[in-house]
Every structure is written in structure tokens, then in C-alpha cells.
Design a protein around this ligand. Structure first.
Ligand SMILES: Nc1ncnc2c1ncn2[C@@H]1O[C@H](COP(=O)(O)OP(=O)(O)OP(=O)(O)O)[C@@H](O)[C@H]1O
Length: 374
């Protein structure tokens, strides 16, 4: 029987390379990056969200909530693990999805087209989206002139009117005023009644308690707890109160210890641990290793180029440079191949194909000027 879930996340990790400069990042595209520190924003997260459930994601700043939401929405890829999402997702985040140089109205059209709506459907929905966002004449101004509250209103309005199967709300309600917040809560409740699936990322525990059926507490890249809303929020409150009671020095030491674990995380060790756990549960399965390898890497699009791809890209780059130099030298490519040094002695005129040789071209020029050599 098929499992009745909308989102299934299995052993998901996310690694970031902490490049010092943009040029280091660009270089790493072609050459293996050396001495670049790594940071594992997620160190193996697994959970399932059944259809119709509202799951809250809570955790301190930098714990990985946005990273996992963005992976589920398909905005960024995971480093390892499997993410299975059944249906269309629409994400509302304070800073996601709006093009700052386009007007509000243009953003509505662009985002709706990207979600597969036709121009007729968008024309029909446009007044409702504008009215819900309640941003007045600003709808025809570029989004870069909006306050964060206005961006959030517009983003939320577009996302709910597109009517996705799965709605992901990342901190988008935290910047709106009370009236808009109430409108959003009503809309989210409507969504819940319609049996839609929602992921709600927030630091506002009261909002989480009001809206969520279950809560996942993400703690420094790991799933610390998943369960009924009150159980998890109560434990999280205890943790934040304990953390607040620490001195500044103790807080810094605690955070740096956690971040070091994220820097030193060993993906191979983690894969081995998951394989061992699987083998203990299924002692007769001789394919445990390959199954876990497939689970880790089977659905991952690598952001890094493999060695053959690096070599191929480098070779194509060299070919392009070679043909540019040949063209610049004015010699025929066969001559350059036969006498490579000729590339260092460019002709005065560029290579002319067929019978329009250098000599003929000069002759024609002289002819036009009326110069006749005997
Ligand atoms: N592009 C990136 N490059 C390097 N590190 C990144 C990148 N994006 C996120 N991170 C790091 O990954 C970790 C998780 O970030 P994320 O935004 O998911 O946390 P969060 O729980 O949503 O935080 P907040 O509550 O502050 O929004 C953080 O330590 C962050 O610095």
C-alpha cells in the first residue's frame, strides 16, 4: 500500500564550502578547492509529513530551518539523501522569490507563469492577489522600494492564490502588522480545512502553537525532536531559558562547540553508521551497502564537477583559446599545426579564404588606386 505522505525527507545533509572570495569560488568550478573550510548546515535529517498536516519547524538562528525548507521547495539541492515531495510547493519567505527590479504586478505575473498558470488565469486572479496584499499604488512600483512587510504581504498573497498542494511559510508572518497577520492566519486555517499540507517555519512559538499539528526542532543541523506541538515547544522553551541563563562566555563556548561539530562532520562515517543500523535491522539483506549508497547519492545532483567533466571543460577551454590565437595570427590552422611557432609571428592581414589570398587582396587594392606594377 502506498504511504500517505506529502513530504518524505531521508538522511538529508547539506554541505557549504566557505570560500573567502568570489574568485576562489569561481576557481573551484574548474580546479579542486584546497584548504577551503566546509560547513555542514544539515547533518542527516529525516522526517515525513503526512497529507493535510501542518508541521512547524523551530530552532535557534542558523540551525538549518531555511536550508531544509529550501531543499524541500527545490530551490537548492541537498548534498546527500532523498527528498520525495508529492505535489506542487509554493514557498513564502521574506527574501525569496521576488525580483526587486520588477513591479509588484510584474512579479505576480512572473511567479504565476513560473508556477504554470496561463495569462488568462493570472488576469482573473490579479485583482484578488492585489486586494489581499493590500499594498495600494505600490503594486506598480519596483519591489526594491517596498518595506519588508510589503514584500512579505505580496509574497504571501501570490503563494496562497497560486493554490499549491504544499505551502511553505518561512518567517514570512514575522514582519507583517497585526491586521495582515490575522488575514494570513485565517488563510492558513482555510488551507488546513481544505486538507493542504503546510510547513511553517517560525521563531514565534505562539504562532507555531496556534497553527501546527506537529513540530520538528532543528538543532545545529540535526533533528533534535519531532512530535506533538506542545511537547516539542515546551522542551524548546526549557532549552532557550537554559541558554539565556548562561553567561556571554558560556554562550559563545556552547555555540562554538556546536559549530565545530558541524565543521568536522564526516559524511562517510555517517553513511557507515546508517548502513550498520540498516544491516542490524535486516541481517539477511546482502545489498545493504548498495541500498544505502543509492539512498545517499541516488537522487542527488552534484554541485561540484566530477574529474572527467573538469578535464573535458578544460580541454574545450584550451581549444577555444587555440582557435582565437590562430584567427588572430592570420595563418591557416593547418600551417599553425605544422609550424606551431608561426602563431608567434602574426601576418599583417587576417587570413582570407579561397583565392582571396594576401597577394590578391593587395593587388586589388593597388588596382583600385590605379597603381599598376609591371
Ligand atoms: N550559502 C551559504 N553558504 C555558507 N553557509 C550558509 C549558506 N546558507 C546558509 N548557511 C549556513 O547554514 C546554517 C543554516 O542556515 P539557515 O538559514 O538554514 O538557518 P535558520 O535556522 O533558517 O536560521 P534563522 O533562524 O536565522 O533564519 C547557518 O549556519 C548559515 O550560516
Amino acid at each position: 500500500m502506498a504511504e500517505n505522505y506529502k513530504i518524505k525527507v531521508q538522511n538529508v545533509t547539506k554541505e557549504y564550502d566557505l570560500f573567502k572570495t568570489q574568485s576562489d569560488k569561481l576557481k573551484s568550478f574548474f580546479l579542486p578547492a584546497k584548504n577551503v573550510p566546509h560547513f555542514w548546515a544539515l547533518m542527516g535529517i529525516s522526517f515525513t509529513v503526512p497529507a493535510g498536516e501542518t508541521l512547524g519547524l523551530i530552532g535557534v538562528n542558523g540551525s538549518g530551518k531555511s536550508t531544509i525548507s529550501n531543499i524541500i521547495s527545490g530551490i537548492i539541492p541537498q548534498t546527500t539523501g532523498k527528498v520525495d515531495v508529492k505535489g506542487d510547493t509554493s514557498i513564502v519567505a521574506i527574501s525569496a522569490g521576488l525580483r526587486k527590479n520588477l513591479t509588484g504586478r510584474e512579479n505576480i505575473r512572473l511567479k504565476s507563469l513560473m508556477e504554470g498558470l496561463t495569462n488568462e488565469e493570472i488576469d482573473e486572479m490579479m485583482p484578488d492577489i492585489i486586494s489581499f496584499a493590500d499594498i495600494g499604488d505600490f503594486v506598480d512600483q519596483p519591489v526594491k522600494s517596498y518595506s519588508s512587510g510589503m514584500k512579505s504581504r505580496l509574497g504571501f498573497s501570490i503563494a496562497v492564490h497560486i493554490n499549491p498542494d504544499i505551502l511553505i511559510i518561512d518567517e514570512a508572518l514575522s514582519v507583517g502588522d497585526d491586521t495582515f497577520y490575522q488575514k494570513c492566519v485565517d488563510k492558513i486555517s482555510d488551507f488546513k480545512k481544505q486538507g493542504k499540507t503546510i510547513i511553517f517555519v517560525s521563531h514565534a512559538l505562539r504562532q507555531v502553537e496556534l497553527l501546527c499539528d506537529k513540530v520538528a526542532w532543528i538543532n545545529y543541523g540535526q533533528l533534535k525532536m519531532l512530535g506533538p506541538t506542545e511537547e516539542v515547544t515546551n522542551k524548546y522553551r526549557e532549552f532557550t531559558q537554559w541558554f539565556k541563563s548562561l553567561s556571554k562566555k558560556q554562550k559563545r563556548a556552547f555555540e562554538s562547540k556546536k559549530k565545530n561539530v558541524q565543521k568536522e562532520f564526516d559524511i562517510n562515517q555517517y553513511q557507515k553508521q546508517i548502513t550498520d543500523d540498516y544491516s542490524k535491522k535486516h541481517p539477511d539483506d546482502r545489498h545493504a551497502q548498495s541500498k544505502i549508497k543509492k539512498l545517499f547519492y541516488g537522487s542527488v545532483i552534484s554541485e561540484k564537477m566530477s574529474v572527467p567533466n573538469r578535464l573535458l571543460t578544460g580541454f574545450i577551454g584550451l581549444l577555444i583559446i587555440f582557435f582565437c590565437l590562430v584567427n588572430f595570427s592570420g595563418h591557416h590552422v593547418t600551417r599553425v599545426l605544422a609550424h606551431p611557432r608561426s602563431i608567434l609571428h602574426p601576418k599583417k592581414t587576417l587570413y582570407v579564404p579561397n583565392n582571396r589570398t594576401h597577394h590578391n587582396v593587395i593587388k586589388q587594392k593597388h588596382h583600385k588606386k590605379g597603381i599598376h606594377k609591371k
